[in-house]
Design a binder for this molecule. Structure first.
Ligand SMILES: Nc1ncnc2c1ncn2[C@@H]1O[C@H](COP(=O)(O)OP(=O)(O)O)[C@@H](O)[C@H]1O
Ligand SMILES: [Mg+2]
Length: 247
C-alpha cells in the first residue's frame, strides 16, 4: 500500500542497470534521461553498526546514501551556483516512492550507444591516462576549485566519463557532500578551499595508484598518503590507518 504523498513507480518488472555498494540504480521507466537510485535493503543499518561509537549515536538517516546525497545537494555552493555546475554534476530532481522504497531521481548519463556511460575507473582500465582524459581531469579539478562544491573522497567509480563528440567530460554521480561530523567547510570559504584542495590531492594519489602497478593494496597506499600529506607533527605512527569513507 502506498502511504506517502510522493508519486509512485512500480519497478517489480525492471532490472537495475547498475548495483553499487549502497544503492540500486534504475533507468526511469517514463524518461530514459533520468536515473533513479534506491538504497539496498538494510544497508544503512549495517553501515551504522560498523561505524565508530561516536558516529553510531547519529540517526540512521545519516547512514542512508540517498538522504545524504539529497542533503548534499542543498549545500551553499550548489544552491547559489550557476549553470556551469551541471557540466560536472547531475541535477537532483527529488524523490519518488517505489515498491523497493523511496528513490532519488537524477540525470542519467549515457555512452554514445545509449547504455550507461563508463566510469572513470573503467575508462582508465581500458585506455590508461590518455591526453583526452588528462584534459577532462584538469577541467574537473578546475571546476571544483572555482565552484567550491564540497565532496567526499573522489573515487574513480563515482565519476562517469561522458563522451561528447570532441571532448570527454567527467561527471560526479556519487560522493557529493561532506563525511565529517562538523560541516565547518560549508560555512567558510577558507575552509572549503582547504577541503577541496585536500580532496584533489587525495584524488591524484588514488589515480596514480589506480593506473600504477598496484603492488601495494589501496589501504597501504592510502595510509601513506595520510601519513605524508600532514605536517610532521600531526603524522600518526606508521601502520595506523585513519577511519575512512568509501562508497
Ligand atoms: N547518473 C548516472 N548515469 C550513469 N551511470 C550511473 C549514474 N549513477 C550511477 N551510475 C552507475 O551506477 C554505479 C553505482 O552508482 P552509485 O551512485 O555510485 O551507487 P552507490 O551509492 O551504491 O555507490 C556507478 O558506479 C555508475 O557505474
Ligand atoms: Mg558509488
Amino acid at each position: 500500500m502506498q502511504v506517502s504523498n510522493l508519486p509512485f513507480l512500480d519497478l517489480s518488472e525492471k532490472q537495475p542497470f547498475a548495483i553499487g555498494d549502497n544503492r540500486l540504480c534504475f533507468r526511469h521507466p517514463d524518461d530514459s534521461g533520468l536515473c533513479i537510485k534506491i538504497n539496498r535493503a538494510g544497508r544503512a543499518g549495517r553501515l551504522r553498526g560498523q561505524a565508530p561509537l561516536y558516529k553510531r549515536l547519529r540517526r540512521e538517516k545519516h547512514f542512508d546514501d540517498n538522504w545524504q546525497e539529497f542533503y548534499a545537494f542543498q549545500q551553499p555552493a550548489i544552491r547559489t551556483g550557476g549553470p556551469e555546475l551541471w557540466r560536472h554534476l547531475p541535477r537532483c530532481y527529488g524523490w519518488v516512492e517505489t515498491n523497493l522504497g523511496p528513490a532519488l531521481i537524477s540525470d542519467f548519463f549515457a555512452d554514445p550507444s545509449g547504455d550507461a556511460a563508463p566510469t572513470l575507473e573503467q575508462y582508465l582500465k581500458h585506455h590508461g591516462r590518455t591526453p583526452e582524459i588528462d584534459e577532462a581531469l584538469d577541467e574537473f579539478c578546475a571546476f571544483l576549485r572555482s565552484s567550491l562544491v564540497l565532496t567526499k573522497n573522489l573515487l574513480p567509480h563515482n565519476l562517469v566519463v561522458a563522451d561528447l563528440d570532441r571532448e570527454l567530460r567527467l561527471i560526479l554521480i556519487d560522493g557529493i557532500g561532506l563525511a565529517t561530523l562538523l560541516p565547518l567547510a560549508k560555512h567558510s570559504t577558507l575552509l572549503s578551499r582547504r577541503h577541496v584542495e585536500k580532496r584533489i590531492r587525495w584524488f591524484e594519489h588514488r589515480l596514480a595508484w589506480e593506473t600504477g602497478s598496484r603492488l601495494e593494496s589501496w589501504q597501504t597506499a592510502e595510509a601513506k598518503f595520510h601519513r605524508y600529506a600532514r605536517p610532521r607533527w600531526r603524522r600518526a605512527p606508521s601502520g595506523r590507518a585513519r577511519g575512512r569513507e568509501e562508497c
